[in-house]
Design a protein around this ligand. Structure first.
Ligand code: ADP
Ligand code: MG
Length: 347
C-alpha cells in the first residue's frame, strides 16, 4: 500500500473570522463599475443609476451557535433574524426595503413551529416597513438554519462607510451596551438550573430589559432617521453585533486612525450593571465585549456636536486619535489601557 502524502492543513481558528474574510476579499475584487463596494463593510454598495445606492447585506443564524431553542421562542427568533440584517443596512445610513429568507429545516419542526417563526418575521416586516420577497427552503439533518439577505437604499451623498473618520472627531453610540450579553448570561443560568431540576421556575424577575435585549433586539433605523432630521451625516459607522471593542477596531483599522474611549462615558443600563456585578463579570467588559446590542457606533465632526446634543439617546464616548496613539480606554482611575477585540470563537 502506498503511503498517503501528507497535505498541509491550516486550522481556521488560526486565521480567525476576519483573517478568513480578508483572504476571500483579496481574491474577489469587483470587476463591474456598478459594484461600488464589495466585501468589507456592513453591506455591499451597488450603483444602479439614479440618486440612490442599493445596499445588500446577508447574515445567517445557526441553531446551537447563535441560538438555543430551549429558551429562544421561535417568534422572537424570526424577528431577530430580520432585525440583525436591517441593522447592517442602518449601519450604512440606509433604509431597508426588501429581504429574502432561506431556511434549513429538519423534521423536528412541525408546521406550527414554522408558523411561529414567520409570525415573528411578519412582525418585523411591519415594524421595519420592509417586504419579504423570496427565499429558499431545504432540509437539514437536525438543526435550524436561517439566512436572510436584506436590500436597502441610501442617497448617494448620505452613505456612511466603516472607513472615513478623522482625528479629533467624536465617537458616539446610539444607546446602552452590554444588555444583550447579560440577558444571554441569565437565560443560560436559568437553563442550567432547569436542567438540574425541571420543577424549578425560571428566576427572571426584574431582568425583562436584558432578556428582551437578547431575544428581541431592535435595529436602530430610528437613529438613521433622527440623524437625517438633525442634518448630521456621520463620518463613519458600524453596527454593534460583535461588541464595542471589536467594532471600534474595524472603524479604526479601515479609517487608519486610533481612538480613545472614556470608561465613565460608556452607557450601561442599571439592570445590566447590577447583573454583571452579580455574575462577577466586570461591567466594562460586558459593554466592550458583550455584543449583540445592535446599537450604532459612529463618528461625527466636532462642528456637529451641538446638533447631536439635541438627541438624548446619542452618547459621546470618546474621540478619534491619530493612528500612532492606538485604540485605548481611559479608565475611571485615569489609566490608559489598550482596547483589544476579543473577536469571534466559532471555530
Ligand atoms: P457584520 O458583522 O456587519 O455582519 P461580517 O463581519 O459578517 O459583518 O462581514 C464583514 C464583511 O465580509 C461583509 O462585507 C460580508 O459581506 C463579508 N463576508 C463575510 N463572510 C463572507 C464570505 N463567506 N464570503 C464573502 N464575503 C463574506
Ligand atoms: Mg454589521
Amino acid at each position: 500500500m502506498q503511503k498517503k502524502t501528507e497535505q498541509q492543513r491550516t486550522e481556521l481558528k488560526d486565521l480567525g473570522e476576519f483573517g478568513l474574510i480578508r483572504r476571500i476579499q483579496q481574491q474577489f475584487a469587483p470587476k463591474h463599475s456598478e459594484s461600488v463596494l464589495g466585501i468589507g463593510d456592513d453591506a455591499a454598495v451597488i450603483d444602479t443609476g439614479g440618486e440612490n445606492y442599493t445596499l445588500v447585506s446577508t447574515d445567517m443564524l445557526v441553531e446551537g451557535i447563535h441560538f438555543d431553542l430551549s429558551y429562544v421562542p421561535l417568534k422572537h427568533l424570526g424577528y431577530k433574524a430580520v432585525a440583525v440584517n436591517v441593522s447592517d443596512i442602518a449601519a450604512m445610513n440606509g433604509t431597508p426595503k426588501q429581504f429574502t429568507v432561506s431556511l434549513g429545516l429538519s423534521n423536528r419542526f412541525p408546521l406550527e413551529a414554522i408558523d411561529e417563526l414567520y409570525a415573528g418575521i411578519k412582525h418585523a416586516c411591519s415594524n421595519y416597513n420592509i417586504d419579504l420577497v423570496g427565499g429558499d427552503t431545504t432540509s437539514t439533518r437536525a438543526g435550524l438554519v436561517i439566512s436572510i439577505t436584506a436590500i436597502g437604499e441610501v442617497k448617494k451623498d448620505q452613505i456612511v462607510y466603516r472607513k472615513g473618520c478623522q482625528e479629533n472627531e467624536l465617537i458616539c453610540v446610539s444607546g446602552d451596551l452590554g444588555g444583550a450579553y447579560m440577558g444571554l448570561q441569565v437565560l443560560e443560568r436559568e437553563k442550567q438550573v432547569f436542567m438540574a431540576n425541571p420543577d424549578m421556575q425560571p428566576e427572571l424577575d426584574g431582568k425583562d430589559y436584558i432578556v428582551r435585549r437578547q431575544l428581541k433586539p431592535e435595529a436602530r433605523t430610528d437613529m438613521v432617521y433622527e440623524l437625517r432630521e438633525l442634518g448630521v451625516v456621520p463620518t463613519s459607522m458600524i453596527d454593534i453585533s460583535d461588541g464595542l471593542a471589536s467594532e471600534l477596531m474595524h472603524l479604526c483599522s479601515q479609517s487608519e486612525v486610533g481612538a480613545i474611549l472614556y470608561e465613565e462615558h460608556l452607557p450601561i443600563a442599571k439592570v445590566t450593571y447590577d447583573t454583571s456585578v452579580e455574575l462577577n463579570i466586570d461591567p466594562t467588559t460586558s459593554m466592550l465585549n458583550g455584543g449583540e446590542d445592535y446599537e450604532l457606533l459612529f463618528t461625527v465632526k466636532q462642528e456637529d456636536y451641538d446638533k447631536i446634543k439635541q438627541n438624548a439617546e446619542i452618547i459621546e464616548i470618546g474621540y478619534v486619535l491619530p493612528k500612532e496613539k492606538g485604540v485605548v480606554l481611559k479608565t475611571k482611575g485615569e489609566q490608559i489601557v489598550p482596547i483589544t477585540a476579543q473577536g469571534w470563537k466559532h471555530f
